[in-house]
Write a protein that binds this ligand. Sequence first.
Ligand code: SIN
Length: 416
Amino acid sequence: MRLTRTVSPAAFVAVLLAGCARPGATPAPSASPVPPASAAPAPAAPAPAAGSTATGTTAARAAAVVPNPNAPKVLVIATGGTIAGVQNAPGTLGSYRAGTLTAEQITASVPELARYARVETEQFSNVASTLVTPEMWVQLAKRINTVLQRGDLAGVVVTHGTDRLEETAFFLYLTVRSSKPVVVVGAQRPATGISPDGPINLLSAVRTAASPKAVQKGVMVVMDDRILSARESRKLYQRTGGFSTGDMGMLGVVASQGPEFFFAPVRRFGERSEFDLDGVDTLPKVELTMSYPGGTGQTFTTNPQGVVVATTGMTAAESATYRALRQTGVVVVTSFTSGENVNGGGGGGDGPPVPARTDTTARRDSVARPAAAPVPPVPPAVVALHLTPTKARILLMVALTKTKNPREVQRIFNEY
Ligand code: SIN
């Protein structure tokens, strides 16, 4: 049994009022997922819940909602973040504590959800997203894979801090093996702040997760009325509207009449994903490093199985360092910092596979060497096309659960 609850519209108001009656008891964020309900202490009601500074307003909104008894069921899994953030001085622009409100309190602040979905809630963790670990990604993905097997569940919404939202969303994109929608959502302003964006983002996320149009679109990030593929979404800045897909475009929008899709992702994800987390609890260690003018490359004491180098072209010294690393069996991936390496080889597009081009600097160096110098055979580097270095790291971690062969890793990078 998990800490799962079905939230009725009447309960929305009751939960808000309960939140108001017991102010000040802010639970300490925990870096681990919340234990099953039987073992979990009753969540303490924190400082005023979202919307509870205007409880009358929320109550009036709840009273105006005609719940749809036939609406699809959506499970909201809360992990923490600003969307669950509470300020010391609510209703200001002041500082706040992320990961404070519970899943129930967050959904309670948006009674309109009942028009579009029968919402259930589950508390996975309640932390700032900087505390989210790869082990938590694995547990979260396993949990979502399990609940999506329920025939009565249309989709899942994950509430999450925005600092690390794009990473969790991309991990889920690779490892949730279902055609049902999974939507990750956050907020840039705390729930108690002036004009919080969490409630409208949550409404858009739930409407998307409940929509048959969102089936087979993979894991999405829905914020600021935009529907973004988790593969391409990035936090560009810390204000509302800060999530973008750059040149890759958005999948659709959440309009007043509901989600509208313009595009569907065509790469591998969801049901077509080959990544099975059964038996996986931890992910292979992968380091991430930058290349820069004058750089000599980085060596690691952490014994990684893989290294991602953010680069648009390496120095000769960097190239030598990473070539030596490859020779020890470490899989090295190069990725543009922008994530927009759309012409980098690797065979991702139409036509015959193109050999990886990461060692071009090394080949140029070799021109300067004595003609007789032997060039040792080295395992090829892998090119990450259209992926930011942080996302390339996640794909490499997942790929290494299956293979350490760099050619096979390149195949994975071409397909996902
Ligand atoms: C966090 O990532 O937990 C805090 C920042 C945010 O959610 O916007």
